[in-house]
Design a protein. Structure first.
Length: 354
């Protein structure tokens, strides 16, 4: 039985990964270490309550004793690190926590994995172990109108979030280059799908449209993101964990580039048709002050993961966005709960001067 330490899996991509893995494998153990920050939500994991293949542990990836004790208890084969502060706007307002979690937390996981997996007497790594860092295309910076990010594009992050993720990637590479640690890094484009916290573009806009609230489009709305349905990202992570060549970086993306304003108008059109609600129209769009240092365009070249591992995205955007909107409409209570309380003060603060 393969045993995984998965971190940050009460959040968006991680919870989707738990469901993906439990559906695919019978003989598996997933130990899910999550601090339950504002972005972590045990409700996201309700579907696997009572499943003995998934064990939830509340805790911080920066906690040395806790992470060491988990290695001692479970003798993990894999570490897959999803845990992070993940929102660019929050990193612009408050960068320190991004260094703490994304950089220091990653280094702590690497250190604890090295202690558990490196045999100091034999001077070799135990068989079958791997550390996988879930990273982002944002470490490459921004593209102009032409070209795509490849794995050899220079690291050139702009936001504090992207800089913390880039720094973590460098540490992961350093553990491979210096100590020979078996690692992979995945760098994925923008994900969308169920359980995404509504600070991010798609769920925020769905929620605002439903409530006839203004739709805050940063700047001209012509920034481009490369959208990937979350299940396709989970599939890529599983493939890289199992078959990725040790030490390699894999970009993940599906050539689904869309300007933000297109995404917003698609959500308006979809909800207008489905809810037959006269209060829903493009008049809700408000172009607001742009994000500081806003990256203009991301676009992934996924040829390496396709050629080496046979990965390809299964969900076209037109299908994925409908599934996603369906999910948020069917899970109104989830949305109501995550947008009550501190979300209201976050929203008021983040959008007040825009
Ligand atoms: P998220 O914000 O939805 O979830 C992050 C999770 O990490 C939460 O459950 C939170 O409680 C947990 N966490 C935060 N700090 C922690 C700590 N110190 N210790 C333990 N747990 C902690 O994020 P997401 O969108 O699911 O992203 C997951 C990972 O994927 C991140 O590393 C992110 O950088 C990367 N990524 C995200 C996207 C995207 O579009 N969302 C794309 C590419 C890569
Ligand atoms: O590219 C991968 C990255 O995608 C991940 O590493 C990050 O964790 C994830 O948050 C995401 O980053 P973005 O900054 O691209 O995602 P976000 O949903 O915050 O914004 C998407 C685009 O929409 C971006 O150009 C900013 C814009 N935007 C966002 C919000 C929240 C708006 O115009 N208005 C908004 O209110």
């Amino acid at each position: 039985m393969k045993k995984y330490l998965i971190t940050g899996c009460a959040g968006f991509i991680g919870s989707n990964f738990v469901y993906y893995m439990l559906k695919k494998y019978n003989d598996i153990l997933l130990v899910n270490l999550d601090k339950l920050t504002y972005a972590g939500n045990l409700e996201n994991l309700k579907g696997c309550e009572g499943d003995s293949r998934h064990i939830f542990v509340q805790g911080d990836i920066c906690d040395k004793e806790l992470v060491s004790s988990l290695f001692a208890q479970y003798d993990f084969d894999y570490v897959i690190n999803f845990a992070a502060e993940s929102h660019v706007d929050r990193s612009i307002a408050n960068p320190e926590i991004f260094v703490q979690t994304n950089v220091m937390g990653t280094v702590n996981l690497l250190q604890r994995a090295k202690e558990a997996w490196y045999d100091t007497e034999k001077k070799s790594w135990k068989e079958g172990k791997k550390y996988l860092q879930v990273s982002t295309d944002e470490v490459y910076g921004a593209l102009g109108a032409e070209g795509f990010f490849t794995e050899t594009t220079p690291i050139n992050p702009h936001s504090p979030y992207a800089s913390s993720k880039a720094s973590a990637d460098h540490f992961v590479k350093a553990f491979h280059d210096t100590y020979g640690m078996p690692i992979n890094i995945t760098r994925c484009s923008n994900n969308y799908g169920p359980y995404q916290f509504p600070e991010k573009l798609i769920p925020l806009m769905i929620n605002n449209v439903k409530h006839h609230k203004q739709l805050p489009v940063y700047g001209d709305g012509m920034q481009i993101r490369d959208w990937l349905y979350v299940e396709d990202h989970c599939k890529a992570i599983d493939m890289v964990a199992n078959a990725g060549k040790i030490g390699e970086v894999y970009n993940v993306g599906g050539h689904n580039e869309r300007p933000n304003i297109f995404i917003v108008k698609t959500i308006i059109e979809q909800l207008c048709n489905r809810l037959q609600d006269d209060g829903i129209s493009e008049a809700l769009i408000k172009h607001v002050e742009d994000r500081l240092g806003h990256d203009r365009r991301y676009g992934i070249d996924p040829n390496k993961i396709k050629a080496d591992l046979g990965w390809y995205p299964e969900t076209p955007f037109e299908v994925g966005i409908v599934k996603t909107i369906d999910w948020y409409l069917e899970n109104e209570e989830w949305m109501n709960r995550v947008t009550s309380g501190t979300y209201q003060s976050y929203y008021a603060e983040m959008y007040k001067n825009r």
